[in-house]
Ligand binder design. Structure first.
Ligand code: GAL
Length: 656
């Protein structure tokens, strides 16, 4: 459990670096991420490499004992590069190249950019790969941010055709897989296939899904190119990339396979306002704290990517600049978010950024320090966490603590893309359905692993598939062979890998496990609620409703007209409609009881997590709340009366 900070020495006069580094150390910072946007400072003209400033910046940080995460600067190709090679620019769906003057303007599919990136990464890794201060790498920055995974450049079109030829072997196979007999879409050669944009009405869904897969594979290949160079030049240093919140444009599980650490950038207030699909009253409710489950959901998602090694690479330190509205965190929240990340197993929480920049795009974005160099609220709270970590470290050990979650929630990117391509109901979103289910589990005090469908599920007593639109035979077989309780949400297994309806109808490969067939579906506009009865709690269903033909499954709750809404077949349950968070909770209470897991209904502003031998409680309410783990002795931090926006930590098991 260590703290870090993102720092841009190139943005500040060099005379101030030593003081910055000293103050970082004094504050309790161990890691400093630098470099990720510095290409034009490193190479101001083609081939002219200016290492002097970066040598000095790294030496200054090293002098204070700080460890450096060095970012490769490829998110910001310089002006001279773009002018010399305009073909590296990403192209939007209207055929317009994306302009220079912000960042992420490159196309992942561009072979020219791949080569130029390889060159800058190589020289950087050659220079610093063995430097004693450089203890980790970050590839690029936030792949896909600002809508940049899908590009429609000529290079992408060619790449897509090659990718299709490899996937299908023959154009006849592609025609069959996409169903091009529909609307006269048949292709004679792979060379006839374009990107699925610019069509009069919706393009073929299988075509769109393959384009999503292709563009995702380009991100994987681009990252892999960087990783190969870094591994060769800088052996033994872990490599991370910083992912985002509610960001689904590429398959993060596939990118992660090449990395050592999954990291992500946590901006809870911004995400609450514009990414979580929350209702307006919820946005108001969590204005200054952020929704309690937004950071946690991503912590648990990214923890599932690299065998448990994960960081927060950028932690919101104060108001940000990019959401529609940018409230300030309530006092205490920066500390709370930091502890919450540790409670979910983070190795490092690194704040974005050391000091607010008074110029350029992010001048309204807070840092740990104000532009006048004085410590800001976020900085004070970071310092407090650093002291608390030190204190606790004298009583127990804080290294290598693991989360042992009894619940697995399965999420995959392809299912999300299928849901986006054919939502069928305007507000349907796979990741939001997963987030609601996740919130219900957390509201019962359960620790959750968010995992891909091919993960090892052996240790989980309860496995939840809130919206796994495509499930394959292998998953069905593994679920059938296990002993866990299983809950499947509506639309589970409803599409083949090629985005068609399975021959046997939904839930496709999950039919034997669930003992049912879905014979009709409908989507419902906001405000329409179909209540189901049969559980101890009411089960209101909305957005989506299915008619189900049981084949062995029995109804545990029914719609008002008697049709089954929640069905059970042995260890498995199926929901024939979308619940809200409370509805999910009613279902999970049953499933958890059957799994032998004890649950506790927590207030919505109180969350509890276990990591290693520690139990951590976070109070997001504006008033104190009382909670403590059963049988806990004295707390390591705080106590059972947890102040507003406060945290308490207990040792609940012998330190391992
Ligand atoms: C992240 C990005 C940072 C900075 C930050 C502002 O998305 O990686 O460079 O822009 O947002 O919140």
């Amino acid at each position: 459990m260590q703290l870090g900070v993102c720092y841009y020495p190139e943005q500040w006069p060099a005379e101030g670096w030593a003081e910055d580094a000293r103050r970082m150390r004094e504050l309790g910072i161990a890691w400093v991420r630098i470099g990720e946007f510095a290409w034009s400072e490193i190479e101001p003209e083609p081939g002219r490499l200016e290492w002097g400033w970066l040598d000095r910046a790294i030496a200054t940080l090293h002098g204070e004992g700080l460890k450096v995460v060095l970012g490769t600067p490829t998110a910001t190709p310089p002006k001279w590069l773009v002018d010399a090679h305009p073909e590296i620019l990403a192209v939007d769906e209207h055929g317009r190249p994306r302009g220079f003057g912000s960042r992420r303007h490159y196309c992942f599919a561009s072979p020219v950019y791949r080569e130029l990136s390889a060159r800058i990464v190589t020289v950087m890794a050659q220079r610093y790969g063995q430097h004693p201060a450089v203890a980790a790498w970050q590839t690029d920055n936030e792949y896909g941010c600002h809508d940049t995974v899908l590009s429609y450049s000529p290079a992408a079109r060619l790449g897509f055709r090659r990718w299709l030829a490899q996937r299908y072997g023959s154009v006849e196979a592609l025609n069959a897989a996409w169903g091009t007999v529909f609307w006269s879409q048949r292709y004679r050669h792979f060379d006839e296939v374009d990107a699925p944009v610019g069509t009069v009405t919706e393009a073929n869904p299988a075509h769109r899904l393959d384009y999503r897969r292709y563009c995702s594979d380009e991100v994987v290949a681009y990252n892999r190119m960087q990783v190969a160079i870094l591994r060769a030049q800088s052996p033994g240093r872990p490599i991370a990339h910083n992912y985002m919140g509610f960001f689904t444009e590429f398959d993060h599980h596939a990118v992660a396979r090449d990395l050592d650490i999954a990291s992500w950038d946590s901006y809870p207030l911004g995400f609450t306002q514009d990414r979580a699909g929350l209702a307006d009253d919820e946005k108001r409710r969590w204005l200054r704290t952020g929704h309690p489950d937004i950071p946690a959901f991503h912590h648990d998602l990214y923890r599932g990517m690299n065998g448990g090694r994960w960081w927060v690479m950028e932690q919101q330190p104060g108001p940000v600049n990019w959401a529609p509205w940018n409230p300030a965190p309530a006092d205490g929240m920066v500390r709370l978010w930091t502890w919450q990340a540790f409670a979910h197993g983070a190795e490092v929480v690194s704040y974005f950024r050391w000091r607010q920049a008074p110029f350029a795009q992010e001048q309204m974005h807070a840092g740990l320090n104000r532009p006048d160099r004085a410590l800001d609220q976020g900085g004070r709270e970071a310092a407090q966490v650093a002291q608390e970590l030190q204190q606790i470290a004298t009583k127990t050990h804080l290294r290598g603590l693991r989360v042992q979650a009894p619940v697995a929630l399965l999420f995959d990117y392809a299912s999300h893309w299928i849901g986006q391509i054919q939502p069928q109901g305007a507000d349907y979103s796979v990741i939001h359905e997963c987030f609601r289910a996740y919130g219900a589990l957390r509201g019962l005090g359960l620790d959750v692993d968010v995992l891909p469908p091919d993960a090892d599920l052996a240790g989980h007593a309860l496995i939840v598939l809130p919206a796994l639109l495509h499930a394959d035979d292998a998953l069905a077989a593994r679920l059938a062979a296990g002993t866990a309780q299983i809950v499947v949400g509506p639309r589970g297994g409803s599409k083949t890998a090629q985005l068609s309806i399975p021959d046997t109808l939904p839930p496709g490969p999950l039919a034997a496990l669930l003992g049912l067939k879905v014979t009709r579906v409908e989507s419902l506009p906001p405000g329409i609620v179909e209540p189901a009865a049969g559980l101890a709690q009411p089960l209101p269903l909305m957005r989506w409703r299915e008619r189900v033909e049981p084949a062995g499954a029995v109804a545990e709750a029914c719609y008002a007209d008697g049709e089954p809404a929640l069905l059970r077949h042995g260890r498995a349950r199926y929901l024939a409609g979308c619940p809200d968070v409370d509805g999910w909770r009613a279902v999970f209470e049953r499933a958890a009881a059957d799994a032998g897991l004890s649950t506790q209904r927590l207030p919505d502003a109180l969350r509890v997590s276990r990591v290693g031998s520690l139990t951590v409680a976070c109070n997001l309410a504006d008033e104190p709340q009382t909670w403590q783990p059963t049988g806990a002795a004295g707390a390591l931090l705080g106590g059972p009366t947890i102040p507003p926006h406060g945290v308490a930590v207990w040792q609940t098991a012998p330190a391992g």
